[in-house]
Write a protein that binds this ligand. Structure first.
Ligand SMILES: NC(=O)c1ccc[n+]([C@@H]2O[C@H](COP(=O)([O-])OP(=O)(O)OC[C@H]3O[C@@H](n4cnc5c(N)ncnc54)[C@H](OP(=O)(O)O)[C@@H]3O)[C@@H](O)[C@H]2O)c1
Length: 338
């Protein structure tokens, strides 16, 4: 164990209880200590996503199995981090102080964050640290959804529901890099952005219904789950794959039905219905880094916030209408907002 004595406290966004997003406050708390296999990162930027809202609110209740039944085990939100290695624990072999890195942790909305060695990678050389912070969770969710769950192949037709959001905008680009034909579903205001990321066509969900226009897809990657499973299956080819990636289209008992119905039904039909859990590995962070540095993938920064504005950032994400990624910039100058 290593304790830093030179600067024992840091600014962090903190919540002591589950509750509304506006309960979060910036406080001075001790700089965390690192154990073997861990790295202390001086945070330059964090990014947030729907999972952060769930962890702060403790809702839906199922998340508390992981985050603490009655109180949050981790009081500082933020899973996605980019910054500079400040110190390394015993047995760390891949990183040294001064390295510019990105990855996932618990507690990114703070001046310092502790990251496990296998959840960290050197940042893409073509991105700033602020841009790199936007990539990990959403980029990995898109990679794991398309490469692993969807096993997407060149020439296949894929529909991405929620194509303008954090996961969706990465999925559009990854699907194109695999040689698929991409249809993105988003609102009209985001159509240019999604086309600009490479989608072959976009459907405005206010005026067009992907389940009713007769098109059939090899893969549907559903980041919204606002439609009945039967509607989604109607837009899927006979042996197509539906990847459910939200479960947020319902609440209460209907949430559980929504969660498990595709998995229970899948063994009895020709179509494949799947859920998956995206887990960070250094290898896959490096896979994203390679795509980024090859010019095939880039994050869209929809909004930039300060540490004190984390409640505003989460409130925006909670609307379900984020554009690209929202980042928390702990250093200046910030990146260009698109
Ligand atoms: N499987 C995993 O391990 C894993 C990992 C990470 C995330 N996730 C899940 O992935 C889901 C998506 O996350 P995210 O970060 O991408 O969310 P997000 O950034 O909040 O994006 C939501 C997007 O959905 C779009 N949208 C809203 N209503 C829509 C509708 N009726 N039809 C089509 N699009 C609509 C919005 O577009 P407009 O603004 O244009 O309306 C927005 O761009 C979440 O449920 C999250 O929990 C799963």
């Amino acid at each position: 164990m290593k304790t830093l004595n030179t600067n024992p406290t840091m600014s962090a966004v903190v919540h002591d209880h589950y509750g509304p997003l506006n309960q979060l406050r910036v406080r001075e708390i001790p700089i965390p200590t690192i154990a073997a296999g861990q790295i202390l990162v001086r945070v330059h930027a964090a990014s947030l996503h729907a999972g952060d809202c769930m962890c702060v609110k403790g809702s839906p209740g199922i998340v508390r199995i992981a985050t603490g039944l009655f109180r949050p085990k981790n009081r500082v939100p933020g899973f996605d981090v980019a910054g500079v290695v400040d110190a390394v624990g015993k047995d760390v072999t891949h990183f040294q102080p001064g390295d510019q890195v990105f990855g996932t942790c618990e507690g990114a909305c703070a001046d310092y964050a502790v990251v496990e060695e296998d959840r960290l990678a050197l940042k893409p050389t073509t991105l700033s640290l602020q841009e790199a912070a936007a990539v990990p969770t959403s980029g990995l969710a898109a990679l794991h959804g398309l490469r692993d769950a969807g096993q997407l192949l060149p020439g296949q037709d894929i529909l991405i529901n929620g194509a303008a959001g954090g996961v969706g905008h990465f999925a559009v680009q990854i699907a194109k890099s695999y040689g698929a034909r991409v249809t993105g579903v988003c609102s009209a205001g985001n159509a240019d952005m999604v086309l600009g990321l490479g989608a072959d066509q976009v459907l405005d969900y206010h005026t067009q219904d992907f389940a009713a226009d007769g098109a059939r897809f090899d893969v549907i990657f559903d980041n919204v789950e606002n439609r009945d499973l039967a509607d989604c299956r109607a837009a899927l080819k006979e042996r197509g794959t539906y990847i459910a990636n939200s479960g947020t289209g319902a609440t209460g008992l209907r949430f559980l039905v929504r969660l498990f119905k595709p998995l229970l039904l899948s063994p009895f039909i020709r179509q494949t219905l799947k859920r998956y859990v995206s887990i960070t590995t250094r290898r896959d962070l490096e896979c994203l880094k390679d795509l980024i540095d090859a010019g095939k993938l880039r994050p869209v920064i929809g909004n930039t916030f300060t540490l004190a504005e984390v409640p505003d950032a989460l409130a925006l994400i909670d609307t379900g209408h984020s554009r690209g990624k929202s980042i928390i910039n702990l250093k200046t100058p910030g990146p260009q907002v698109e």
